[in-house]
Design a protein around this ligand. Structure first.
Ligand SMILES: [Zn+2]
Ligand SMILES: [Zn+2]
Length: 287
């Protein structure tokens, strides 16, 4: 077992004791990560050729390194992962079981092709058609696709991150793939970092600025906590009525795993949603 997986499993067992309401979903997530780890060494990606001068110019203009649909995938391992995650999902929670069964039937009946589904991971028109035809939950389908291609995406990011010039990148979207952040982190002297909802890349951002509409007016940017412990908070913007969850890592004794922290702070999403705020990068466990 890798050191990072060992640490993550320790964190999961700690969280299960501390937040028993999340036990079922944490058990599921633990199995997902184990399966991803099992596949990771076999991932084989053909590296993209980046034209340095052209990319430097594009990044200066605020364009990310590449589009989500252009990430090369290891399709064979993504398919294998999708199939084993379906199996795990069926056994894990009733919430996922029904949808997984619909997906499996569609594959068996030749109505759905896994290679196409995974290749078109960022094609909303194709996905909406599938969701309508099969009557599956959009979040669950997207989640299954996302975690199946995630090891490939991360392998790409490892190869691409050296090409990113962060010196002048003060955008609220990812310099590698252009996606909005799933969460943000505060580190050191209060420096803010964003974590990409698609590729997992981490980039520094301005502390007092809405990443979604670039609003910088202090009087319309707020944050609040729900726990005595001030580690987790919601940062809201009154201008665009959107929010981002933020972890103050200075209060943490471990390097946070984005998905794990997201899963176990769903109560913050519920609170934000009750107050009329939306999340641009939704996750399947949040309302
Ligand atoms: Zn990204
Ligand atoms: Zn905003």
């Amino acid at each position: 077992m890798s050191k990072s997986l060992e640490k993550l499993k320790e964190q999961i067992s700690f969280l299960k004791k501390r937040k028993p309401a999340y036990e079922e979903i944490l058990n599921f997530y633990e199995k997902v990560v184990e399966e991803q780890e099992r596949m990771r060494p076999a991932i084989n990606i053909i590296p993209l050729k980046i034209k340095e001068d052209l990319k430097a110019l594009q990044m200066k203009e605020g364009f990310p390194l590449l589009n989500k649909e252009d990430f090369p995938l290891d399709l064979a391992s993504s398919i294998e992962l999708f199939q084993s995650l379906c199996q795990i999902g069926k056994e894990a929670t009733s919430m996922i079981r029904e949808d997984v069964q619909k997906i499996e039937h569609a594959i068996k009946d030749g109505k759905l092709y896994l290679d196409e589904l995974l290749r078109k991971h960022s094609n909303p028109d194709y996905q909406n058609k599938i969701i309508e035809e099969m009557r599956v939950n959009k979040m669950i389908l997207n989640f299954l696709i996302h975690i199946s291609i995630q090891p490939s995406i991360h392998a790409n990011v490892e190869k691409l991150k050296g090409h990113v010039d962060l010196r002048n990148w003060l955008k609220g979207y990812c310099p590698i793939c252009g996606s909005y952040p799933q969460m943000s982190l505060l580190k050191g002297e209060g420096q803010r970092f964003y974590l990409c909802s698609f590729c997992g890349f981490k980039w520094p951002g301005e502390r007092l600025k809405c990443p979604f509409c670039e609003n910088k007016e202090h009087e319309s940017l707020h944050y609040y906590f729900v726990e005595e412990q001030k580690t987790y908070r919601i940062d809201t913007c009154d201008k665009c009525k959107q929010y981002i969850k933020t972890i103050d890592t200075r209060e943490l004794d471990h390097e946070p795993d984005l998905t794990l922290e997201d899963i176990t702070t769903v109560h913050l999403d519920i609170l934000a949603s009750k107050n009329g705020f939306k999340k641009p990068a939704p996750s399947p466990w949040a309302p």
